[in-house]
Design a protein around this ligand. Sequence first.
Ligand code: CMP
Length: 138
Amino acid sequence: MTEQTLVLIKPDGVARGLVGEVLTRIERKGLKIKALELKNVSETLAGEHYAEHAERPFFGSLIEFITSGPVVAAVLEGPRAIAAFRQIAGGTDPVEKAVPGSIRGDFALETQYNLVHGSDSPESAKREIALWFPEHPA
Ligand code: CMP
């Protein structure tokens, strides 16, 4: 089933010059880039994007981090795009969960600085795409 997912290359990925590497892996997997933008993230957008984590102890530092520099936001499309991107991203903890060969497994060390975000469900994808790309057709 063709679906869309919202992906972010977080400030650590942009600052480390890994945008090309991540986009290459996305394209090699066969996912289509439907929208792509370098964006500065306001606190409002960050808070809405991560609303489900508002009660977590790391919420403050997560918001500080995601607003600390530009991110690359993308809408990807393909069969099972949500799971496909999460597979190439690797698990949230880049050392304990992400396997070598995944983006996080190959390039990240800390859970906060885990390089990329991908929507975790069709409902999240719909909400996040509307938030980051309000002009994008549903
Ligand atoms: P992401 O997939 O963007 O979704 C929520 C983010 O919160 C996650 O990636 C991590 O960057 C961050 N996060 C999750 N758990 C922790 C944690 N224990 N400490 C710091 N950051 C975390």
